[in-house]
Design a binder for this molecule. Structure first.
Ligand code: GAL
Length: 418
């Protein structure tokens, strides 16, 4: 016993002498927008794991689906020289924060945890600034989903749609039976979330890339885009009068409660069904957005970390980054969140049928060219261009602007935003 104590004291002295530091407990203040039922359950998993390692979690939740409010708050904190320790920031915006010179270098933990081996290269590249990891990815969400209440469809005698014509037919029957066909949240990011699924359905993956990733004026003003606007307009007649301003999770609740037949939303909606104790294939159906089964609009959540002077805070950041990519967290978090793991080689068994389908489709669409980044969820273009697209889509949806005029405006406003 005594001998052991001496040995460990010696080991400690040696560690200090060699400059190897022992991890210190610290606080992480984490900015995120995960405030719905399913989202809150998911983020709690990370908080618990960090607290088990002795760190303190200071929650900095800014409500607002899609995260635009959170990003505004983050910018003002950063301008004031007081950014949080970690923040939910995604896609090309990571490079913009890198340019500011404020991000912590996560190379140490990335090397120790072999991130280059456990992450798909396309994802890893987005997480690096000038070759060094500055962000940690959490999950992969798919945008182009349709969430269905089968009971409502049954009562209305409607068939679950695969094509646009079938959608219109089913929606008409559901309305005639006294239900709301489409549970819709009238907020700009939700309108654009639906719109980008329409765009890929109408134009295919190459067209989507030209329009929503390269922001090519010819694609943006094309007849294909006019047709996409026509479809967006046609959804409106199947929504209820309380749709404007409605949060996405309240729209999901309408499907869960059987007030509405379906919702078009990314698979964070599944987190709401899961939190409500619902079973896929029984209480609800998760199917591709009409005419998009061969495409996968992806959305990867990630956290950036800001440089810290305090060693405890740095150690807490490293712990958070390490825990996020560990298999246990990847499993439990993504089951709650409705997404699939971003870590490669995870066992599929614990995941439900829609998640397993998503995993298969992710691989299949990566091979076929049908895997494309979500514009609405910050994977594809810089915020200025995304903002211009959102403006045109929401102005169109909430006015009587013609589809032809909307396509023309889209090309013009995107050009001005460049
Ligand atoms: C997305 C985000 C998802 C989900 C959704 C609704 O942008 O990637 O994780 O939270 O917003 O808030």
């Amino acid at each position: 016993m005594r001998r052991n104590v001496v040995v460990s004291v010696l080991a400690l002295a040696l560690t200090v002498f060699m400059g190897v530091s022992v991890a210190a407990a610290g606080e992480v203040e984490v900015l995120h927008w995960w405030t719905s039922g399913g989202e809150a359950r998911s983020v709690a998993v990370l908080k618990d794991l960090l607290e088990k390692e002795g760190h303190t979690w200071k929650d900095f939740a800014v409500a607002g689906g899609g995260g635009d409010t959170a990003m505004t708050v983050l910018r003002s904190r950063a301008v004031a020289g007081n950014p949080p320790t970690a923040a939910q920031v995604k896609g090309p915006q990571i490079q913009q924060w890198g340019d500011e010179g404020v991000l912590a270098d996560l190379s140490g933990v990335a090397k120790a945890e072999k991130w280059d081996e456990i992450l798909p290269k396309v994802v890893a590249d987005v997480m690096k600034y000038k070759g060094k990891y500055v962000a940690v990815p959490v999950n992969v969400h798919r945008i182009n989903w349709m969430w269905v209440n089968p009971e409502v469809f049954r009562k209305a005698g409607a068939k679950v749609p695969n094509t646009w014509a079938e959608f219109e037919e089913a929606a008409g029957k559901i309305r005639a039976a006294g239900f709301i066909p489409v549970a819709f949240g009238g907020q700009d990011w939700q309108e654009s979330t639906v719109f980008e699924s329409i765009v890929i359905g109408v134009g295919g993956a190459d067209f989507y890339r030209k329009a929503m990733v390269q922001a090519d004026p010819a694609a943006l003003s094309s007849p294909t885009m006019v047709k996409a606007f026509e479809r967006l307009r046609s959804i409106k007649k199947y929504t209820d009068k309380n749709a404007p301003g409605r949060d996405w999770n309240l729209a999901t609740a309408m499907v869960i409660k059987g007030e509405a037949g379906m919702q078009f939303m990314g698979d964070w909606a599944k987190g709401e069904f899961t939190a409500a104790g619902k079973t896929p294939g029984v209480d609800y159906l998760a199917l591709p957005f009409p005419e998009t089964s061969e495409y996968f609009l992806f959305n990867v959540d990630s956290f950036i970390m800001f440089k810290q002077k305090d060693k405890g805070a740095r150690d807490a950041q490293d712990a958070m980054a390490r825990l996020i990519l560990q298999p246990k967290f990847q499993e439990v978090f993504n089951i709650n969140k409705g997404s699939i793991p971003v870590r490669l080689g995870m066992a599929r068994g614990p995941f439900d049928e829609p998640a397993q389908r998503s995993m298969s489709d992710f691989v299949a669409t990566a091979a076929s060219g049908g895997l494309v980044p979500s514009m609405a969820h910050e994977m594809a273009v810089f915020p200025e261009i995304r903002g211009a697209i959102f403006d045109v889509v929401t102005n169109f949806y909430n006015s009587d602007m013609s589809p032809a005029e909307a396509a023309k405006k889209l090309a013009a406003e995107v050009k001005a935003a460049r």
